[in-house]
Design a protein around this ligand. Structure first.
Ligand code: ATP
Ligand code: MG
Length: 329
């Protein structure tokens, strides 16, 4: 590799990308692809997506949907590589090998595992527990040192670093310890007033493909209060709305609303309307670019083919090194 750093990150095809994924992760993808020192690989992690309920008939369309969302959002295939995780089987192969050097109890303790268990109590499978092992493999397979992600993924990055340390200690220096790259929108809250925005939780999100009317409708459902009080709320529906104001309209507008809350009161209908317009302004060019790729899908197929080949080559090299170091023939 001629570049100094390597980047890997991905999204599950569990729905369309939302503004949380965009501000928390995709903006990081874009800033890194524009830095010539970084060799970037961005993935649709379809093997992670099947750890929670999914429809196999719709799944290929979901995978394509994420790729289109990436391209629409400004991920530039001339500056990075786009790939689908299951097309490079070495991800699974490395994850098995890594799984043999890690205690189960540490995996059971991870917050994301507990959250997904609570979200789908009848779908607690081995893959779900194995999620961080596969994620460590995704990153280490390419010896990536930089991972643009949202705050929710920090425990997984920490685990990945631990995997790298353990492997290096047991079998010799092989993997760098990757660092997370967090953006300003590293934690975009849910519209439901609780938790983070997630593409698999209906009612929590605004999608990158939503039109103005839909954004208005989704914001209308977000919980609010009387509009005034002695202290600006730090958690719950109003706090979450104000965070979105800050992210899309800036600190100045946020301060104005905070002032209003303590004095004359906020008119939420106006706040939501202005916020909807600000969000749509950012999304409109994304939607236009997405449509271009959707109408020229053969371009996308070429992009994915390039990504698969590029990644397979690196993956094979890493696997040869790893297997040799582990004493496998
Ligand atoms: P799911 O509910 O299916 O897990 P998700 O919205 O959490 O969906 P992921 O595919 O798990 O999406 O994550 C894609 C990227 O988006 C990751 O880097 C993740 O950290 C980031 N991300 C997810 N949700 C948020 C959020 N609310 N704010 C900021 N970043 C986020
Ligand atoms: Mg997630």
């Amino acid at each position: 590799m001629s570049k100094k750093h390597r980047v890997f990150s991905g999204s599950r095809p569990s729905g369309r990308l939302n503004v949380g994924n965009y501000l928390g992760a995709i903006k990081g993808y874009i800033s890194l692809q524009n830095n010539p020192e970084y060799d970037c690989i961005y993935s649709v992690v379809d093997l992670h997506g099947i750890t929670t309920p999914f429809d196999p008939k719709k799944y290929p369309e979901m995978v394509r949907g994420i790729i289109l969302d990436y391209l629409g959002a400004g991920v530039d295939p001339k500056k990075c590589h786009l790939m689908v995780q299951s097309e490079v089987p070495e991800h699974v192969e490395l994850s098995y090998l890594l799984g043999t050097i890690f205690p189960v109890s540490r995996l059971e303790d991870l917050p994301t595992y507990k959250e997904k268990k609570a979200q789908n109590p009848n779908y607690v499978n081995m893959g779900l527990l194995y999620y961080p092992v596969l994620m460590a493999a995704d990153i280490l397979l390419y010896k990536a040192d930089t991972v643009p992600v949202g705050k929710d993924q920090l425990p997984h990055i920490e685990i990945t670093r631990e995997f790298a340390r353990r492997f290096n200690r047991m079998f010799g220096e092989t993997f760098p310890e990757p660092q997370a790259l967090l953006m300003e929108g590293a934690y975009v809250p849910s519209l439901k007033g609780e938790g983070k925005m997630s593409k698999s939780i209906p009612g929590s999100y605004i999608l990158l493909t939503d039109d103005l009317q839909m954004i208005r409708k989704r914001l209308a459902a977000a919980p609010t209060d009387m509009g005034k009080g002695k202290k600006v709320p730090e958690t719950g529906g109003v706090a979450n709305l104000l965070t979105l104001v800050k992210l899309f309209e800036g600190d100045g507008v946020y301060e104005e609303y905070a002032e209003q809350y303590l004095h004359e009161g906020i008119r939420y209908d106006r706040l939501k309307d202005n916020l909807a317009v600000a969000i749509y302004k950012e999304l409109a060019p994304i939607q236009e670019r997405r449509r271009y790729y959707e109408e020229n899908y053969s371009l996308v197929e070429e992009i994915l083919e390039e990504g698969k080949e590029y990644c397979s080559k690196i993956a094979r090299e890493t696997m040869t090194e790893v297997k040799t170091k582990m004493g496998l023939l």
